[in-house]
Design a protein around this ligand. Structure first.
Ligand code: GUN
Length: 361
């Protein structure tokens, strides 16, 4: 029941109604609530966006003559600096304890994007001296196979972080699998307790999800103020949109979330100082969605067929870069923006976990 309803009820209880009538009013309120609120299951609609594969500027935007060019944040360069510090600390740990942090990755199936992400994570681990272990399971494996892999890594003292690459094939129970993760090794921050603690004021999660953490790190390192600013997060996935909105709130931004059912998203977005787009829809965010001088963080990475590329596809963001770069004051590119920083945050979380578990400061 909402805070407003409770306060109102306290008011009736204390000042206006005798007990019998109060109870009757309470029953009416409760029955109204049952009648008025649909079940959570029916509220859980999928976010289906309309993709826009070409980003042809509208005549209005082309005519504007606005040639302002935003500062382009280099996620690769920032990552190099952070990774070099991680490598130093891993060396120190090895020297003092004879141990290094260990990251275990569970990959189910052969999704091209997941294979690329996992490969990047393994390479990054190698570069900084973190030990990595990978369990690959076939697409048609059972829940129990994934849970057994999780449990094995939960018990392995050389593993300090466990990551189940998402999305999992549809037939698997993601909730049960993530629940099986040992909280202290949940370097993705997807365990419900870590996510819950992120949402609650006065509580601290052991780990913060890597992409949201990467977005905040990019903002802070490039001198963008978050406190008191209007932020819009586009998309509400458990992996990015939802935790990013929570993290921005923790940094005292005033946050609005936009999803596929939001009316007039462009109007809402055009008032924001900071826009984080994580819809996975190519060219969703156009130049006229953005306030002049705003900061735009593009988390989208959608594969688009491009036969001139070696792999036959290239990754494009949610943001129509050519338009937005002329309006914003700060922008992240795709690729080379949030992506490398996400992997770096995974390394940070794995190192932090190892330091906590091995009592190494
Ligand atoms: N799939 C897309 N992004 C992520 C991520 O950050 N972690 C995991 N485990 N899976 C993902």
């Amino acid at each position: 029941m909402s805070f407003v309803a409770l306060t109102w009820m306290n008011c009736i209880r204390r000042h206006l109604l005798p007990k019998a009538r109060f109870l009757h009013t309470l029953q009416v309120l409760q029955s109204e609530q049952i009648l008025m609120s649909p079940s959570l299951a029916s509220l859980d609609l999928p976010d289906i966006w309309t993709p826009n594969y070409s980003c042809q500027s509208s005549p209005a935007i082309l005519k504007s003559g606005n040639e302002q060019t935003a500062m382009v944040l280099d996620g690769k360069l920032m990552s190099t600096e952070i990774r070099s510090k991680i490598a130093d600390q891993v060396r120190q740990m090895k020297k003092c304890l004879g141990k290094v942090p260990g990251l275990a990755v569970i990959l189910v199936g052969q999704r091209k994007d997941s294979l690329t992400y996992v490969r990047n994570k393994i390479i990054a681990c190698e570069e900084v001296g973190i030990k990595s272990l990978v369990t690959e399971l076939p697409t048609d494996c059972a829940d129990a196979d994934v849970q057994n892999a999780v449990m094995r890594f939960n018990k392995d003292p050389s593993v300090h972080g466990i990551l189940v690459q998402l999305p999992l094939p549809q037939h698997l129970d993601e909730e049960k699998i993530l629940d099986a993760l040992c909280l202290e090794k949940d370097v993705d921050g997807f365990h419900p307790l870590n996510m819950g603690n992120l949402a609650l004021r006065g509580r601290e999660p052991l780990f913060t999800p890597c992409t949201p953490k990467a977005c905040i790190e990019l903002l802070i390192r490039s001198g963008v103020k978050i406190m008191g600013k209007k932020a819009v997060v586009i998309g509400r996935s458990n992996i990015v949109g939802l935790p990013t909105s929570l993290l921005l709130q923790r940094h005292h931004a005033t946050v609005t979330i936009i999803h596929a059912f939001t009316e007039n998203p462009e109007q809402i977005t055009s008032k924001a100082d900071i826009v984080v787009s994580a819809a996975g829809v190519p060219n969703l965010v156009r130049g006229n969605w953005i306030k002049s001088g705003a900061t735009v963080i593009d988390v989208g990475t959608s594969p688009v067929e491009d036969l001139s590329c070696e792999e036959g596809y290239r990754l494009v963001g949610d943001v129509c870069y050519e338009e937005v770069v002329k309006v914003a004051s700060v922008i992240t590119p795709v690729p080379g923006g949030v992506g490398p920083m996400t992997v770096t945050m995974l390394l940070v979380n794995t190192l932090d976990s190892a330091k906590r578990m091995l009592n190494f400061t």
